[in-house]
Write a protein that binds this ligand. Structure first.
Ligand code: G6P
Length: 369
């Protein structure tokens, strides 16, 4: 087992550090930025249908559902397709409306999650075309779908999903860009720019991983926190949810992810000097708004850890701790901004002596209802 962990203390840490490679693997053979080439073999015959779809319904559970929320922003912003993201467990027990030209995308690392599989069967019975985004080749979900794109992240052993999430987001990004290009909703220039930027993501993730020691120091300070709030806007909102989920899963600290602007409708009541708040505060279209959300938390003495874009000189003057990440195209931010959150929860859980790879009450793959 020590050999399998490749010198890391836990599978989860190994998998976090594998991400520059797993993200590259999920793009391998599919993307060549120099000649603006993008190809998704498994969806080859279906991409026109994707571009032509009236609505995409994404189903998944847990971390895969969070990847779906990221995809919602991408498909809507780039391809102008209406998207709904559903918990598979809710979708399957409703009588969902599926119309002609609707496409269902099922996201699942294991490809065996019972609720997701049942959601697919239901969508099928209503005549939907179903795509899968799975990691495990030949899995039940991969077999139940009409077409799909594997994430190629390699085996994920740690129960808390890390590299599978970034691989899912990568593949969904490729799908959204491809649909947008076919539909003509993005310019040739933006298309090229996104492909070029995607190729730089593994190196940017690597740079975040190099800040692990600093993240460990912050984790040490917050090891015994009893609650955490994670806030983000836009594409960083699902990242906030994912950061909170990671912390809950492995450290057993109660954590909530929220859209930063919703804070005033509830979570702000929780803020005092004992409440750590993690802000996803990268320099993007909602930067100014996030800055004022940070001020609102600081005014109530919350302790703020901010994930910021390298070179930001304003936020470091306002908050308690910052973790810098390299700048990327706004549409690709989640691939980079989730990394420090994975490391933060990992180190907090280790410092609390938790069984990081096999947290209590959780299973890697939930094959029962
Ligand atoms: C379990 C795992 C999570 C995972 C979820 C969905 O809860 O512990 O890490 O995100 O199932 O699994 P799937 O294999 O469908 O992505």
């Amino acid at each position: 087992e020590t050999i399998e962990k490749g010198g890391y203390d836990h599978f989860m840490l190994k998998e976090i550090f594998e991400q520059p490679r797993s993200i590259a693997d999920s793009m391998r053979g599919r993307l060549r930025a120099d000649d603006a080439h993008l190809q998704l073999g498994g969806l080859r015959n279906y991409l026109d249908k994707l571009a032509d779809s009236k609505r995409i319904v994404i189903v998944g559970c847990g971390t895969s559902w969070h990847a779906g929320l990221v995809a919602e922003y991408l498909f809507e912003e780039l391809a102008r397709i209406n998207v709904e993201v559903e918990y598979a467990s809710e979708f399957r027990y409703r009588n969902p409306v599926i119309k002609e030209k609707d496409i269902v995308i099922a996201i699942s690392q294991s490809g065996e999650t019972a609720d997701t599989l049942a959601a697919i069967e239901l969508a099928k019975s209503k005549g939907a075309l179903i795509f899968g985004v799975c990691n495990v080749v030949g899995s039940s979900i991969a077999r139940a779908t009409d077409a799909g794109a594997y994430t190629h992240a390699g085996p994920e052993i740690g129960v808390a999903s890390t590299k599978a999430f970034t691989a899912q987001v990568t593949v969904l990004t490729l799908m959204a860009i491809e649909a947008a290009q076919r539909k003509g909703t993005i310019s040739e220039e933006l298309y090229r720019q996104l492909l070029i930027e995607l190729e730089t993501i593994p190196a940017k993730v690597e740079r975040v991983l190099q800040t692990a020691e600093k993240i460990k120091e912050i984790a040490f300070i917050f090891t015994y926190a009893r609650n955490f709030i994670y806030l983000g806007r836009g594409l960083n909102f699902p990242v906030a949810l994912e950061g909170a989920l990671k912390l809950k899963e492995i450290s057993y600290i109660h954590a909530e992810g929220y859209p930063a602007a919703e804070m005033k409708h509830g979570p702000i009541a929780l803020i005092d000097e004992d409440m750590p708040v993690v802000f996803l505060a990268t320099k993007d279209s909602s930067y100014e708004k996030i800055v004022s959300n940070i001020q609102e938390v600081k005014a109530r003495k919350g302790r703020v850890i901010a994930i910021i874009t390298e070179g930001d000189t304003l936020i470091p003057t306002m908050v308690d701790f910052v973790i810098e990440i390299p700048k990327t195209h706004e549409m690709l931010t989640p691939l980079v901004s989730v990394i420090p959150l994975q490391l933060l929860s990992y180190y907090i859980a280790v410092m609390r002596g938790r069984n990081v790879d096999q947290p209590r009450n959780l299973a890697k793959s939930v094959t029962v209802e």
